[in-house]
Design a protein around this ligand. Structure first.
Ligand SMILES: [Zn+2]
Ligand SMILES: [Zn+2]
Length: 424
């Protein structure tokens, strides 16, 4: 008796995209690519693995991503490697490594790919998840912040996501952020014991991250002492924020100011934003981004203004209003009876594919009835029928699956006749 082997399952927090869902994702990616082309953004593909220090230096010590969520391991050469938890640091690294700061001017880049974070899996949150994102590197102009937000909206609109909300805030420059940290530490001094254990550590290591804490008692402690980031903005950052807002008004983009919004990454400066959707429940952000004017220099490059965003594909897919029907039927199914007919059909199906006509054939030697059912299932527009008569007469019978009309065409002109029938 043959031994029954144990099946191996996909890892927790990872997901197989079966054809139907994969088709939807391809459809969304193509929509996004179309919008990127209009905004003149070009694709960048960076590796999934990077030196761990890239992420530690950019995202920051004391952030949840670095402390708890990175997939980090030693490779065979004992180097510390991490699976990318997000793509901004990788894109900036590549931008510098290939001298794009010297020859590109403003680099308008987008990426589509998998990211990895070891979080507790739940709806809309996987350990391998997918992002579509952009990085615009090389300008401090507040109109760029507004344009990037408008680009994000154009993509969500193209996905048919309705009723999303844009939350906007400014963190200010490095100086403002450090004033904010000092101010926050001071005002929380009396309530450290009210914070969760993580936040007690954050208080010492990275006090701004307390603003991201989801624990109710920490939110409460923050609400009591913290009015928002705006009070800490220097005149220049305040002017930048005002310009972003008026540029958004010019573009007729709706937003609401969210004075507590800081985002869980250290590299953000000035503008930060988040897009939420009511369909998503607790994890309601479908996209987020902001300006990161210090990241390029923090990673060894020149002082350079930049901003970007990332859309979580899993969450965006959950927020789509009406799923588009993206499956198209094939052009023609080739049904045959008998070995000689099968050999002919097998060859003709390939000749059709070679001229760009989608064709399929049976592989199991099934009855004609079963083959016709298969033709229906594939959504074929036409079916070619080849049996004894057709072999004898060197002709092929072709049925229009919609009108049920049948006609006979000579075998030698089969491919051009099918092309004509399909109007290709
Ligand atoms: Zn400032
Ligand atoms: Zn907390």
């Amino acid at each position: 008796m043959k031994e029954i082997k144990a099946q191996i399952k996909a890892l927790r927090g990872t997901k197989d995209l079966l054809p139907e869902e994969a088709r939807l994702w391809t459809f969304l990616e193509e929509k996004a690519r179309g919008v990127f082309a209009c905004f003149d953004f070009s694709e960048m593909r960076t590796p999934i693995i990077e030196e761990s220090s890239l992420f530690v230096r950019s995202i920051g010590q004391g952030t949840d991503i670095i402390e708890k969520q990175m997939y980090t391991f030693l490779d065979r050469g004992e180097r510390s490697i991490s699976l990318r938890p997000e793509a901004t640091a990788s894109v900036v690294r590549a931008y510098l490594e290939h001298g794009m700061d010297k020859n590109t001017g403003l680099a308008k880049l987008f990426y589509i790919g998998s990211m990895f974070r070891a979080e507790r899996p739940q709806a809309g949150r996987a350990r391998q998840f997918h992002q579509i994102g952009v990085e615009a590197i090389g300008s401090y102009n507040p109109h760029l912040d507004a344009e990037v937000i408008a680009l994000l909206c154009a993509i969500l609109d193209s996905f048919n996501i309705i009723g999303y909300k844009i939350k906007l805030n400014s963190l200010g420059c490095a100086k403002d952020k450090s004033d904010l940290s000092l101010g926050l530490r001071k005002s929380l001094e009396g309530s450290i014991s009210d914070l969760c254990d993580d936040c007690k550590v954050r208080y010492e290591k990275n006090v701004l991250r307390i603003l991201d804490c989801k624990e109710e008692k920490c939110k409460h402690a923050i609400r009591k002492v913290f009015q928002g980031t705006e009070a800490y903005l220097c005149p220049e950052c305040k002017a930048h924020f005002d310009s972003v807002k008026s540029a958004l008004d010019i573009l007729k983009v709706d937003y609401q100011i969210e004075p507590h919004l800081v985002r869980g990454l250290d590299y953000y400066t000035k503008t930060t934003f988040e897009v939420t959707h009511h369909k998503l429940g607790a994890q309601d952000a479908i996209a987020a981004g902001g300006r990161y004017d210090n990241l390029v220099s923090d990673l060894g490059g020149p002082e350079t203004g930049a901003c970007g965003f990332a859309i979580g594909m899993e969450r965006a897919a959950m927020a789509i209003h009406d799923m588009p029907a993206v499956k198209e039927g094939i052009d023609i199914f080739v049904a045959t009876i008998g070995d000689e007919a099968y050999r002919l059909g097998f060859r003709l199906a390939m000749e059709l594919r070679n001229v760009g006509i989608s064709a399929d054939i049976d592989y199991e030697g099934r009855s004609l009835k079963a083959q016709m059912r298969a033709a229906d299932k594939t959504g074929a527009r036409l079916t070619a029928l080849i049996g004894e008569d057709e072999i004898k007469n060197h002709s092929i019978t072709v049925r229009n699956m919609r009108t049920k009309e049948q006609l006979t065409i000579p075998e030698r002109s089969f491919v051009p006749e099918i092309e004509r029938l399909l109007e290709k």
